[in-house]
Design a protein around this ligand. Sequence first.
Ligand code: NOJ
Length: 528
Amino acid sequence: MASAWWQQGVIYQIYPRSFMDSNSDGVGDLQGIIERLDYLNDGTEQSLGIDAIWISPFYPSPMADFGYDVADYCNVDPMFGDLATFDTLVTEAHKRNIKIIVDFVPNHSSSQHDWFKTSRSSKDNSKRDWYIWKDAKADGSLPNNWQSVFGGPAWTLDETTGQYYFHQFDPAQPDLNWRNPDVKDAMLDVLRFWLERGVDGFRMDVVYMIWKHPDMPDHYSDARDVIDNSDLDEQHPAFDYPGIQDIFAEMRQILDEYDAIGIAEVWLSDEKRNAYFEHFEMPFNFDFLTYETRFKWDADFFRDAVEAYETSLPEGAFANYVLGSHDVPRLASRYDSQDRARQAAMLLLTLRGTPTLYNGDEIGMVNGDIAEDQLRDPQGINMGVEHTRDVCRTPMQWDDSDYAGFSTTETWLPVNEDYRVRNVALQDEDTTSILNLYRRLIWYRKHHPSLSIGTYQAIDVPDNIYAYLRQHEDEHHLIILNFGNTTQIVTFDGAGQIVMNTHLNRQDEIVNSQVEIASNEGVLIRLD
Ligand code: NOJ
């Protein structure tokens, strides 16, 4: 069977506030994305070569959670443009063979959404049951002991009616009540609205959270530590209840009508997450991004995680990998080295699975230095500067002009100080830059199916090395990554040629049954 575009493609996440500001207000916008489409893929190997962009929310929003608090699901916030700009974006992207994936935020709306405004206005209005309202317990305490992901109780008292409403995230993000069929219908219509405008798929925000335990009982403990993901299922005992599958089946049907894909954001254990393959092409694989794993830089960790994932995949499921996003510290900072950021690029783009990369990682952007008084992210404001996601949301560094070519004015988050030495323009000129490594990896992958849809097989290697074979028909590649502190000789069966190493300075070197790999280097070898 021919493989689908997303199995051979690379997805690029754009955080629209920080990608490109076309109208000089310090915040990125849709027109800015249009202006940078050629950078993403102009059909030549001078561009990045990605196949799809997933754009984080650009809908009307009071921005309590920077767009993940949606006040109107079927429009564009004036800050980002309007529907006509969105339509142009779709047309221009499609001209370049770039698919458009938009963010669908089903779990909660903004408290400024008309639905919620009506809902909170009285106890007996037509939208009251569109959200989750409860009385205090008989002793006057909160309806239950569930905590918000952003810290503090998941319940806020609304003085007008004296009841509490439920919110998994900020109080400005009330959870919708998907058990009400009218809510479900209205939200499914949102999918149709964007599909009619030509989108190719959705990334579905915390979609596993939409279906709560019917009785919403107290947790086994009121000390849920949202920072420790060591037991993701216990973290979320309230979700993923029977019945959710029926909703997913309806979503699937709609996606199929438009030949669109669904990417599910699911922070659950492997087993629970894998059940989502039944309805979605890509339940995001966060095995490298949980609180426990995101800082791990270790050959055995990566090999074991990949093997466990590979063997856990249900029949017919296609793997995917994520190494960065707008919710976690920058990859180059987590691994604390530009050399390792290069290795991470090679890993992400040579494993068997659809890669999703986050804007700015392709130039090795590092965490922004955000002072306490510059915090914007509600998670950081509520839980402390060490939890802020602002660090990975600073403006894209396009060139060394003021505001990094992102804007011409003060930007919503400060531009990173290193922008004069780390930017797209400089790296464009430098044939061995990390940007050029990403470009070469992406284009090479595009032309060599063994790297996307081929089989995966790890090989035996010395400590601190992770190496694997990828094969499709008569095409064989060997990838070797040295996570250790010393140069090592790795032996393997066969001979071949180095296609590229992570420093882009060993192209075409002939290798025969062994290869020397420096510390923090990776090589991609085409076997004869
Ligand atoms: C997951 C999103 O990725 C994150 O940025 C957001 O804060 C929460 N969902 C709530 O929508």
